[in-house]
Write a protein that binds this ligand. Sequence first.
Ligand code: ADP
Ligand code: MG
Length: 626
Amino acid sequence: MAIIPINIKEGTLKLEEYIVGIDLGTTNSLVAIIDRLTGKPIAIAGHNAEVIVPSIVYLNPNGEILIGHQAKPFLLNDPANTIFSVKRLMGKTYSDVDTNGSVLGYKLIDDNSESLIKIKSGGKFYTPIELSAFILKELKNRAEKQLGAKIVKAVITVPAYFNDAQRQATRDAGKLADLDVLRIVNEPTAASLAYGLGLDPSETKTIAVYDLGGGTFDISILKIHQGIFEVLSTHGNTQLGGDDFDNAIVRHWLDIYIELREEAQMHSLILQKLRLLAEEAKKHLSSAMNFETDLIIEKMSISLKLSRLDFEKLIKPLVDQTIASCKHAMKDASLSHSEIDEIIMVGGSTRIQFVQDEVKQFFNKSVLNTSLNPDEVVALGAAVEADILAGNRKDILLVDVTPLSLGIETLGSLMDVIIPRNSKVPQRAARQYTTSVDGQSTLRICIYQGERDNISHNRKLGEFFLSGIPGMPAGMPKIEITFMLDADGILKVRAKELRSQVEQHIEVKPQYGLSDKELEQMLLDSLVHAKEDMSYRSLKEAITEAQNLCYATQNFIKKNKEELSEFELEKTGIYIEHLKTAISIEDKDQILKAHDELNDFTKSYAERLMDKAIVMALKGKTIEDN
Ligand code: ADP
Ligand code: MG
């Protein structure tokens, strides 16, 4: 299908140059180009005719590396060497993700809490950059095969809230995959471009991009005018997405099918299987009203059911959280609903009708932009941006915002904001101050970044003195402090006494050295409680699971005492005690560890007894019964 032009004069094959657009997603990744015939962006399919490449890397201990659909089965079969959600780790240090590490099936390496994360597999260490590069290489190969062209240049998208370190890491991953990354583009900007918004310089529009993927949710409010994309505000939840819908379904099934719960406690594989079925059910319910399937495990068959209404009830609290984020973003952008012209739906999970309905209701709109495939839309937009950069369209500028407020310390250790958070950059703002003591000749100016009123909770960026103020009574000098923030996020501060023209300045890099965690912490101040609630919830979930396991194990032992050795009984007793202690002190990590220890230890004999039971059962059965 590839067309390879031949240069007749030189007798050589002229390989066409394409710039590809890449959506390097948490769950799924895609590559897209502009179709030369139609001028429209299209996602490129692999040999299996699928455009989606699951963002999964399987590092086979024998050295082979599998990506995407080929890697997916190993999530079940070899979780320790199967890496998913690596995007969450991009540009992060170990201390950024300590809460996150426990939910991943693979091992993070903590060689120094301030250094960048590494992942261990088969005795080797991998950085998230290398792992992302594997995915990018796969996309590059796919495009080269399909187009019969060499791909060297790419545009890669990142979430609007990605900080400098995360953007840099994404760039580096591209470099490692032999790609010249022309630009890192914000995902909501790409989505808008895919819908053709912003391509007409005379158009001014305010749009909301609602992006609900597999593991993350983002809402971005953009303003497009004269080809400039301005991110007015962003909000979201990095731990909320379609995977949580799947988990809610699994919990629901475990709640209503008691026999299933008992089985699942003994065999973790069943839980994984249930998760896959839950995702199938969820997708099915996007177009049907009911789901039903038979789950056959060992000796029983359970008919699993789920109606769309039940599903909606299950996910309502989660969808509500996304709406709360939308509210935040609208508030930060100081907009009312009627000022939003378009709403763009992005991410596989926006196929759910209930999600669409809630979004419509919140924004008070009867139509949403859903005509493009929601899991392709970001990649398609990246291809449009690539086309713009290739010089095929009028250039479009991107404008950034500053993620945290900038200000100075005033009397009483209070923060006085000069440039509020979410201001677009470049930005310049000034404010006048005066002295508090008669004859004061110097003024100390301390610069802070953050959202709290008390500067001790904010981050100090630097300080300097304005000296040589001529002696005047307190309150007489007029001291103007100007903040100038350039496009690269570098802040210059100038202090000038206007009566005498005495002046001083300083240059500071606002985000320098600010870890992702600190940034997030400062930014999400108002969400602190939501976060606490979340860790509270995960603790409670761990406790419930652990209690169930203790109960099931004790039951199992009671029933099968004669079949177990002294050693097995004693060791199991000890592990149960460990787990109970961990539960009593409510330490989540301890609970998870003790849970796994007990589970691993009992697994061996549980399987042995199970096999025996099956053999016994089969002996007494006729062939028809099987
Ligand atoms: P990401 O941006 O995180 O890489 P995607 O945008 O590809 O993720 O979305 C993946 C999520 O979309 C998964 O949770 C998947 O189950 C969900 N999804 C895909 N198709 C459907 C569907 N038809 N109905 C509901 N959810 C879906
Ligand atoms: Mg996405």
